[in-house]
Design a binder for this molecule. Sequence first.
Ligand SMILES: [Zn+2]
Length: 204
Amino acid sequence: MSTGERVAPPKHYRAAQKKLRRAQRKLSRRQKGSSNRDKARQQLARIHQQVKDKRQDFIHKLTTSLVETYQGICIEDLSLKGMARTKLAKSVLDAGLGEFRRQLEYKAVWNRKHLAVISRWYPSSKLHMACGALNDALTLSGRTWLCSCGETLDRDLNATENIRAEGLRLLEAAGHVDSLNACGVAVRLADVQHATMKQESHAL
Ligand SMILES: [Zn+2]
């Protein structure tokens, strides 16, 4: 986050993998059509459900606290389908990034807070806003980089600052905020109320 806080998602699926493998082995050893096989299948399903519940619970707590704490939240639109095809796949799915965004979206509406979603093409990691330089050589593994202006940048923190600035720019352009300042934004609620009403009519 642009506050400098880092939230490491618990790796629920990875933590449960041993349990899952054991349950899967048990299932495969049971005779087809037997009641023992049914039991083993239910056990396996229960472990999958537990993983899902834990992940869901973690994401709910996080998104609720974010929406309650901040007037506006800026996030980057990630290509989840694209990332699911890379070696990051398990981590991405385990972190539940898609669910994280879904919850942020509806909770922002319910709580009349602003959510800005930055284009995935915005070079949030590669840009040093202070000098305007773009580091096209930056790879995913580089955690820090030395800008041509001489400053060393933390990849994640630099990205969050860029996402925040771009998000505020988008909100201002859309007329959601009246003015920008260093720590907060003056908020106009008309558009958000409109969105809330639309949401409620869906629920009805
Ligand atoms: Zn620079």
